[in-house]
Design a protein around this ligand. Structure first.
Ligand SMILES: [Zn+2]
Length: 375
């Protein structure tokens, strides 16, 4: 008997037919309160040693159709080791061809980052004498919105902010912060030590807990795309942004990273504030210095491929990095990682994954330290 289930943390799919292993048909589900659809995560049972064809029939009507070209689905037998399975996209249908080796196999849009792991991450942060974990307020559904502060405030110290998962389906962002945070609390890491002598790092590992648990790609439990709420967040629709933005105004911001995943582009890149009024030579020099140092720190980072300069030409101060860059006049970047793979350094077995995101997060300390004297 074949069975597909999705009633678990971040689970999302709509089964249509399970008549035979060769004829499994599903639809990708919309976000819980909005019409974005791309994230999926489900468990298939009963197909051990059976050559399966799983057709995602509405892939062509999903939010980022470009995301399917050259994309391969992530799979796991134990939810620890994830690998990619042969996937095609033709005539609006995404299709997996895979023969599971075990009774259960899990398929996901990208390696998930569970709520349980999120809580463990907070616990590990609190194990460190350098870090504090603070509650900023409630999400729409009453979940905790936590801030991790690493380092102690002092005269002349810079305030660095890093936020993740405004778009909850971009789980690579929380893998990224895991690498970043582990290095920051490592007392023997000289880069972390040098950074914390002159800066305090404030991290929101998960901006959108409700959306993450509900298996949403892009929105919270009120249907809000948090990365369009920074101009005027409200406690009803976007309390997550409301609370974080308030905390930023209390602490000030000298540098800001908003970490995301991009469905279409197979590269790691940053998007800056060039298109904002008031963007000056200082911010421009900081962006170049950050990118240069990041390239030296990690060959996974590059600055050849990214969003074109004319993207979003209407100044959109509702985006986090644009709002922060404009309001605080500081270095403010959106960092994007691929859902597919890094085409400059591809990995046939796993594509871009959690561990690679974590290594990138650890490497991000170097560019932050490099620009610190100029902030
Ligand atoms: Zn995003």
């Amino acid at each position: 008997m074949l069975k597909i289930s999705h009633a678990f943390d971040a689970g999302a799919i709509e089964p249509i037919a399970l008549d035979s292993a060769q004829g499994i048909r599903v639809n990708i589900r919309a976000d819980s309160h909005a019409d974005f659809r791309q994230w999926f995560y489900f468990r298939l049972q009963g197909a051990r040693e059976a050559p399966c064809r799983i057709r995602f029939e509405n892939a062509g009507r999903c939010t980022y159709v470009d995301g399917w070209h050259g994309y391969r689905v992530a799979a796991s037998y134990d939810r620890r080791r994830w690998f990619r399975v042969p996937t095609t996209y033709e005539s609006g249908v995404l299709e997996i061809a895979h023969t599971p080796e075990r009774d259960s196999v899990w398929y996901a849009y990208f390696e998930p980052y569970s709520w349980e792991r999120h809580l463990e991450l907070l616990g590990r942060a609190e194990d460190s004498p350098r870090a504090r974990v603070q509650d900023l307020g409630n999400t729409v559904e009453g979940r905790d919105l936590n801030l991790v502060t690493v380092g102690s405030a002092g005269a002349g110290k810079k305030s660095l902010w890093v936020i993740e998962r405004q778009h909850p389906g971009e789980t690579m962002a929380e893998w990224f912060v895991e690498g970043l945070l582990e290095r920051l609390v490592d007392r023997y890491d000289p880069v972390a030590r040098a950074l914390l002598e002159r800066a305090v790092v404030r991290i929101v590992p998960n901006m959108n807990p409700d959306g993450a648990i509900r298996g949403n790609l892009r929105t919270n439990a009120a249907g809000a795309n948090l990365n369009r709420e920074w101009g005027a967040p409200s406690l009803e629709k976007s309390p997550e942004v409301f609370h974080v933005r308030s905390a930023m105004h209390r602490s000030g911001v000298d540098a800001f990273l908003d970490v995301h995943g991009d469905e279409a582009l197979p590269y790691v890149f940053v998007d800056g504030c060039e298109r904002l009024p008031g963007f000056g030579p200082k911010q421009s020099a900081l962006q170049r210095a950050f990118s240069g140092a990041f390239k030296r720190a990690s060959p996974d980072f590059q600055d050849q491929h990214g969003y074109p300069d004319d993207k979003d030409t209407k100044v959109n101060l509702t985006l986090a990095s644009k709002y922060v860059g404009h309001t605080f006049g500081c270095l403010a970047l959106t960092l994007e990682m691929p859902f597919k793979d890094n085409a400059d350094l591809p990995d046939e077995a796993v594509g871009w994954n959690g561990e690679r995101s974590a290594r990138l997060g650890a490497a991000a300390l170097e560019p932050l330290l490099a620009v610190l004297p100029e902030l």
